[in-house]
Design a protein around this ligand. Structure first.
Ligand code: NAD
Ligand code: DAU
Length: 357
């Protein structure tokens, strides 16, 4: 028995692989193209561990994926591989269409071909678990009810549109071909190994470097925040006990405006690594808003709790403290991910001349 994980070199995928192998000896075949967001250092704890087989490759490479199915005969696929950053999707949507839409299509086809060869009893146990996002549901007003699984799809960015398309493909492969799929739509994750292009790790690494902390617009956009290891346990739960063909929302019950997130990071750094230059809050700057910036996301995670008994274990105060502590304890990881390509992205995104139109 083994599972095939795609994108297991990225932020959530790597946390998932580490979490999986801390709960089980079932091997993981980890297929990752190692784009700018993929990093084998995230998996350094598994060096020499024969339960982890890393394969550098593209989910769009049908021949390679077909070979992996034939060789390892996984009982499940957990599909994380994606382009994941909204701002990058605004500057260059093509990569998002290729990996998130075409890549998911190609993976579904290879999974379907393999699944079709299995004996009936094994076929019934096979699962294709698609990891998706709350962004497919669009944006909420301040008093709107949180997203349930029945909320209409209203994606607003190239990223969320590409994820919505991939969700639709997964749904269709179940309804048309009977492929046993599961989909989870999760809110904003945070925690160790988070690439510092995203809000929380960007604020931590910029603050420590004495650089500005750029808040888009008025800073009152609201996200629901979930500690990444809670997302991993949610995925394990759905993979184990979720009803085939269903979608489950996963969230942290932590709706917080961006301004408060940044203040919290600054306060924790003031406590744990005070700066001789004074409180980190002085570095906060308000910059031009993200085009099409969704105002509010909120997840109603009652279905997964009611049906499968899953709830997050981490509160935001406990999770963010662990996260800030992790970045303070791992300066080498931070230094290594801040490559030339990373600096180019930051300069392009946050320069005064930055204009995605
Ligand atoms: P990430 O950008 O950190 O990692 C993505 C990984 O996919 C990287 O390791 C990258 O190398 C790999 N990859 C990209 N294109 C590939 C391709 N063509 N073939 C093989 N591998 C490829 O992303 P993440 O934040 O870890 O997100 C993982 C998944 O979870 C994504 O599907 C994302 O949409 C979803 N998600 C993320 C969040 C979040 O807050 N980060 C929340 C909900 C859902
Ligand atoms: O909701 C789930 C989604 O969360 C995932 O599907 C995405 O893959 C993931 O990247 C994340 O998307 P967001 O756009 O919400 O995350 P990001 O960290 O980019 O931004 C969080 C909020 O912070 C958002 O309102 C934009 C704001 N922001 C972000 C950056 C990078 C800033 O104000 N300043 C910044 O520099």
């Amino acid at each position: 028995m083994a599972i095939l994980v795609t994108g297991g070199g990225g932020f959530i995928g790597a946390n998932f692989v580490l979490d999986w192998l801390s709960h089980s000896d079932e091997p993981v075949i980890n297929l990752d193209a190692l784009t700018y967001a993929g990093n084998l250092e995230n998996l350094a704890a598994l060096r020499g561990d024969t339960r982890h087989v890393f394969v550098k490759g593209d989910i769009c490479d049908a021949a390679l994926v077909g070979r992996l199915f034939a060789e390892y005969r996984p009982r499940a696929v957990v599909h994380f591989a994606a382009e994941s950053h909204v701002d990058r999707s605004i500057h260059g949507p093509g990569a998002f269409m290729r990996t998130n839409v075409e890549g998911t299509f190609s993976l579904l086809e290879q999974a379907r071909a393999f699944w079709g060869t299995l004996p009936a009893a094994v076929r019934a146990q096979f699962r294709f678990h698609h990891v998706s996002t709350d962004e497919v549901y669009g944006s909420l007003g301040p008093t709107d009810a949180a997203f349930t699984e029945e909320h209409p799809y209203q994606p607003n960015s190239p990223y969320s549109a590409s994820k919505a398309a991939s969700d639709h493909l997964v749904r269709a492969w179940h309804h048309t071909y009977g492929l046993p799929v599961l989909t989870t739509n999760c809110s904003n994750n945070y925690g160790p190994y988070h690439f510092p292009e995203k809000l929380i790790p960007l604020m931590i690494v910029n603050a420590l470097a004495g650089e500005p902390l750029p808040i888009y617009g008025d800073g009152m956009n609201v996200r629901d925040w979930l500690y990444v290891r809670d997302h991993c346990s949610g995925i394990r739960t759905v993979l184990e006990r979720g009803r085939v063909g269903e979608t489950y929302n996963i969230g942290g019950w932590n709706e917080i405006p961006n301004r408060d997130i940044v203040q919290t990071v600054c306060s924790l750094l003031d406590e744990l690594r005070p700066s001789p230059a004074g409180p980190y809050g002085h570095l906060i700057t308000h910059v031009t808003d993200r085009p099409g910036h969704d105002r509010r996301y909120a997840i109603d995670a009652r279905k997964i709790e009611r049906e499968l008994g899953w709830r997050p274990t981490e509160t935001f105060p406990s999770g963010i403290r662990k996260t800030v502590r992790w970045y303070l304890d791992n300066p080498d990881w931070v230094a290594h991910v801040q490559s030339g390509a990373y600096r180019e992205w930051v300069d392009r995104q946050y320069s005064a001349a930055s204009d995605p139109t």
